[in-house]
Design a protein around this ligand. Structure first.
Ligand SMILES: CC(C)(COP(=O)(O)OP(=O)(O)OC[C@H]1O[C@@H](n2cnc3c(N)ncnc32)[C@H](O)[C@@H]1OP(=O)(O)O)[C@@H](O)C(=O)NCCC(=O)NCCSC(=O)CC(=O)O
Length: 464
């Protein structure tokens, strides 16, 4: 009889920041207050990503070469990213939470082995959402303290390994989280070469005085959380969002050629913001609304916006922390279902993107209450068919398929935490063709219907 498919934890290491490096001029700080951008995400579940690397590594090369290199380079990376080795706390005398690093703090790195099917887990066939959960570490979170990140490396003997990251959303947005991963890769590849610098693009920028808050968003968001469950609630507990039963993951791709063809189907209209992003969102939205046979009169689409370059004055691209806000479109469902559904969707998304020109933080004061309202709605509809409302997470700009530790590009990158949030993840494409990968989680029959709509639309397009 075959042994049951499982994941065995071999070791849980505590990796501390390296002390061997000379302190750079812009040394990472040991204490970092959260800004309003961070506080907004305080109760949200952590963001989890899984990177699968195909290698024919035996157990001995995994334990004697891969793991020591990953550990050593992680320690070097944490020297530059000290706050990631610390913990989030909300001291009694403090109006907002703080990230604190004290000597001896470090990151938990779980080493595991699995006899599960590497190619199934890292493929595009529908996969049960729970299958990959044992490949991801948990964050230790209590009322008083929350870990910032946790990592897990899992060997699939002779096939490859996976790297899982669980990151507290109140400390890192997608851009910072992926900069950390890119830094880790860079230092892993540079091991033995004597160079432990990150270069200007990856060196984190920690000055928080550059974040201006004329609208008092910090107090608004902090008060939402302080009073969420009774007054003066400084608990750092994060929401436990339940999984709907019977969910599967699916991955879809829009190639660069598909995107170009989609662009050509749209009427020339200078008011439209036609980008790979807006096309992908609109196309996915239309397919989803059709697949789920949405009956609600109106449907909503939400997405995140990187504020770094949009603030006045702009923040550096390597600003560490959260620097995102949200935008949305709320439209008549009928418009998405019609012949011109794609351009109808693009029009609504364009309007939302163009509204950024009037001020990227306009109406940001209502975001925390929107998040709380959305959570309440999720709880009510947990076991029902999901609504036609969609939110997009991730970004093709993060170039997650470029995250290479020296054993090749990933075979698959997945934002696994969308199984609880219901978001749709978009990223660059593994094929490196300038296309976009779309990752989503639905019930099996919903996913089949979505796949059918998605391929029907593309087949029509490709035949033009
Ligand atoms: C608001 C946006 C979504 C809108 O995107 P768009 O692509 O439609 O619009 P845009 O103005 O940014 O770019 C338009 C065109 O300019 C070009 N362009 C502009 N800036 C570029 C850049 N830095 N790199 C590459 N291309 C760029 C592209 O060619 C693109 O067209 P074309 O593409 O057609 O060639 C985006 O600007 C943005 O802020 N994205 C980041 C969102 C983000 O950070 N999400 C993660 C949230 S955190 C999260 O979700 C958790 C996690 O991830 O961990």
């Amino acid at each position: 009889m075959e042994p049951p498919r499982s994941v065995n934890v071999v070791d849980v290491c505590h990796v501390v920041p390296s002390t061997d490096l000379p302190d750079s001029a812009a040394a990472a700080p040991k204490s970092l207050p959260l800004t309003f951008f961070d506080i907004l995400w305080l109760r949200l579940p952590p963001v989890q990503r899984l990177f699968f690397y195909e290698t024919s590594s035996s157990k001995s090369s995994f334990y004697n070469s891969i793991i020591p290199k990953l550990k050593h380079s992680l320690s070097l990376t944490l020297h530059h990213y000290l706050p990631l080795a610390g913990n989030l706390t909300w001291p009694k005398d403090c109006p907002k939470p703080v990230i604190r690093y004290v000597d001896g703090d470090g990151v938990s790195l779980t080493i595991a082995e699995s006899n599960m099917d590497f190619y199934h887990l890292s493929g595009d066939d529908f996969r049960e959402v729970k299958e990959c959960h044992p490949l991801l570490p948990e964050l230790t979170v209590s009322q008083e303290r929350a870990q910032v990140i946790a990592l897990q490396v899992t060997l699939f003997p002779n096939d490859g390994f996976s790297v899982g990251i669980t990151a507290h959303h109140a400390v890192l947005d997608g851009k910072t989280s992926m900069s950390f991963m890119k830094s880790w890769c860079r230092l892993c590849k540079q091991l033995g070469g004597g160079d432990s610098t990150l270069g200007p693009g990856l060196t984190p920028f920690y000055d928080r005085d550059v974040v201006k808050d004329p609208a008092g968003l910090e107090a608004i968001y902090a008060n939402e959380w302080l009073n969420e469950k009774g007054p003066n609630n400084r608990s750092l507990m994060i929401w436990e969002l339940n999984l709907r039963p019977g969910l599967v993951r699916g991955t879809f791709e829009l190639t660069r050629e598909d995107a170009e063809k989609l662009k050509k189907t749209l009427l020339q209209d200078s008011l439209l913001h036609v980008s790979t992003f807006s096309l992908t969102c609109s196309y996915t939205w239309v397919c989803l609304v059709k697949a789920l046979r949405i009956r609600e009169k109106k449907t909503h689409l939400g997405f995140n916006v990187d504020c770094r370059s949009r603030l006045k004055p702009a923040l550096p691209e390597n600003y560490f922390g959260n620097c995102i806000t949200g935008r949305g479109a709320f439209v008549e469902t009928e418009g998405l279902l019609g012949e011109e559904g794609l351009s109808f969707g693009i029009k609504a998304i364009s309007k939302a993107i163009k509204s950024l020109d009037d001020g990227v933080l306009n109406r940001a004061e209502i975001l925390a209450s929107i998040i709380i309202g959305a959570k309440a709605k999720t709880e009510v509809t947990e076991t029902e068919t999901r609504s036609g409302s969609v939110s997009f997470a991730g970004s093709p700009r993060f170039e997650v398929y470029g995250i290479d530790f020296g054993w090749g590009r990933p075979r698959k990158v997945e934002m696994t935490s969308v199984d609880r949030t219901g978001a749709i993840c978009i990223s660059d494409s593994r094929n490196g063709n300038g296309g976009v990968e779309i990752g989503l989680v639905l019930k099996l029959h919903e996913m089949e219907a979505f796949a059918s709509e998605f391929s029907k639309g593309l087949a029509k397009l490709r035949s033009i």
